[in-house]
Design a protein around this ligand. Structure first.
Ligand code: THG
Length: 384
C-alpha cells in the first residue's frame, strides 16, 4: 500500500458508485484483475494502478498491457457537413486526411483556448470520430453545429476503446486479429474481423511503447475480448495496465485538465506545429490565435528535472520560484526510474523558460526542491 498512498492519501474517502460514475464493459474484469486505484475521466471509470506504480511502469516497458480506456469517448460527427464542422473545431488542417487515418487535433474556442486534444479518426468525408480527452466536447460540437446551421448529426456512440500497449503489443494483437495488423502504420486504422464482429483497430495509444487501440462497439464483446487478450498473451506475460503517469511524462504526452486546460492556447503547450494559420482553412479561434502569434506568448510548458527520489502526486500545481520570485507552476511530475530523479512539466514565464535555468519548486511535504529546465520530450521517440 506504500505506493498507493503516494497517489491518494490513505484516509481519502471512497468514491461513491452510481450512474454518473459510468462503468465500462471491462470494469468488472479490471476489478477482478486487482485494480487498486481508479480515476474519473469523461464521467467514466479509468483504472490507474494495478501492481503498484513502479511495477506497472516496468511491466509496460518490458511486456504488454491491456488497458481499459473505455473513457476515451467518441464524439461521432456524421453528415454532409461533417468535414466542415471538424475543421471549424480544430486549428490543424484536416483537409488532407484520408479515410483510415488518425490525426491528433487540438480543439480551440473563440479565444484560442484549448477545448480538448482528441485523436480524430476519419472514416469518410461524411463520417468522423473525435476520440476525446477529459472535457465535454459533444456539447460544444452540437452547439457549433446548431449555431452554424450545419447538416450534421453529433452523438456519443456505444464504443469503448481497449488499448494494448507495450513492446509485445503487435505480437498479441496479431494473434487476435491476424497478420494484417502488422501492416497498419502509426496513426492509421483498419476494420478487422474478430469472432464475427467488425472492429476498428488503430496503431495508436497513450504510451510511447507502441501498440494498438481496439474500438469495441458492442458492450457484450468487452469481457470476451479482454479474456481473449489474456489467453492469447500468457507466454508474453500480458497483464492489466493503464496509462502511466511516469512513462507518459518521459514521452512528452500532455494531459488535458492536468497540464493544460481552456485557459491555455496551443502555443503555450508546445502544439504550435498543429496551428495551421498559414493554410486556407476556417476554424473557430483563428483570429485569436493569429493575434496571439503576432503578440508572442508570455509563458510555455517545458520539462523540468527535479532533484528528488520521492514525490507526491501533483494534486495542485506546485509553485515554481527563482529565489523569492514566482515564475511558474509544475503541472505534472513523477520520479522516473529511467533518470533516477524527478521529471515533470512546468508552465514557465518567458524570463525562465530557457534550457538549463535553475529553479526551486515548492513540493507539498518535501519543501523546496531544486529543478532545472529541459526541453521536451525527456525520451526521444524511436523511429516507427
Ligand atoms: N487515444 C485515443 N483517444 C484519446 C487518447 C489516446 N483521447 C484522449 C487522449 N488520449 C487525447 N490526447 C492525446 C495526446 C497525444 C496523443 C494521442 C492522444 C499522441 N500523440 C503522438 C505524439 O505526440 O507523438 C502523435 C501525434 C501525431 O503524430 O499526430 O499519440 O491516446 N483513441
Amino acid at each position: 500500500m506504500q505506493e498507493i498512498s503516494s497517489i491518494v492519501s490513505t484516509s481519502a474517502p471512497l468514491l461513491a458508485a452510481g450512474r454518473r460514475m459510468r462503468r465500462t464493459p471491462y470494469t468488472a474484469r479490471v476489478e477482478a484483475a486487482g485494480c487498486r486505484v481508479f480515476s474519473i475521466y469523461n464521467h467514466m471509470l479509468l483504472p490507474e494502478v494495478f501492481r503498484g506504480d513502479v511495477a506497472d511502469y516496468h511491466h509496460l516497458k518490458t511486456h504488454v498491457q491491456v488497458w481499459d480506456v473505455g473513457c476515451e469517448r467518441q464524439v461521432e460527427i456524421q453528415g454532409r457537413d461533417a468535414a466542415t464542422l471538424v475543421q471549424r473545431m480544430t486549428c490543424r488542417d484536416v483537409s488532407r486526411a484520408v479515410p483510415g487515418q488518425c490525426l491528433y487535433v487540438p480543439l480551440v474556442d473563440e479565444h484560442g483556448g484549448m477545448v480538448n486534444d482528441p485523436v480524430m479518426l476519419k472514416f469518410s468525408d461524411e463520417h468522423f470520430w473525435l476520440s476525446i480527452a477529459d472535457s465535454d466536447v459533444l456539447l460544444w460540437a452540437k452547439g457549433l453545429a446548431a449555431g452554424l446551421g450545419l447538416d450534421v448529426e453529433c452523438r456519443e456512440p456505444a464504443v469503448w476503446p481497449l488499448a494494448v500497449q507495450g513492446p509485445k503489443a503487435e505480437t498479441l494483437v496479431a494473434r487476435l486479429f491476424g497478420e494484417e495488423v502488422r501492416q497498419i502504420r502509426f496513426f492509421r486504422f483498419a476494420t478487422l474481423a474478430w469472432q464475427g464482429h467488425r472492429l476498428t483497430v488503430a496503431r495508436s495509444g497513450w504510451s510511447k511503447q507502441g501498440g494498438f487501440e481496439i474500438y469495441v462497439n458492442d458492450w457484450a464483446l468487452g469481457e470476451r475480448l479482454w479474456d481473449a487478450c489474456f489467453e492469447a498473451g500468457r507466454d508474453l506475460e500480458v497483464g492489466p495496465g493503464a496509462p502511466h503517469n511516469t512513462e507518459r511524462i518521459e514521452g512528452g504526452l500532455l494531459s488535458y485538465g492536468n497540464d493544460f486546460d481552456n485557459g491555455n492556447n496551443p502555443f503555450e503547450i508546445g502544439l504550435e506545429k498543429y496551428v495551421h494559420l498559414d493554410r486556407d482553412i476556417d476554424f473557430v479561434g483563428r483570429r485569436a490565435l493569429a493575434a496571439i502569434r503576432e503578440r508572442g506568448i508570455t509563458r510555455r510548458i517545458m520539462g523540468v528535472f527535479l532533484e528528488a527520489t520521492e514525490l507526491p502526486a501533483c494534486e495542485q500545481g506546485w509553485p515554481v520560484f527563482e529565489e523569492e520570485r514566482r515564475v511558474g507552476e509544475v503541472t505534472s511530475a513523477s520520479v522516473s526510474p529511467a533518470f533516477g530523479e524527478g521529471i515533470g512539466y512546468a508552465m514557465l514565464d518567458r524570463s525562465h523558460w530557457n534550457e538549463g535555468t535553475a529553479l526551486d519548486v515548492l513540493v507539498p511535504n518535501e519543501g523546496r526542491v531544486r529543478a532545472r529546465v529541459t526541453p521536451l520530450p525527456f525520451i526521444a521517440p524511436r523511429p516507427s
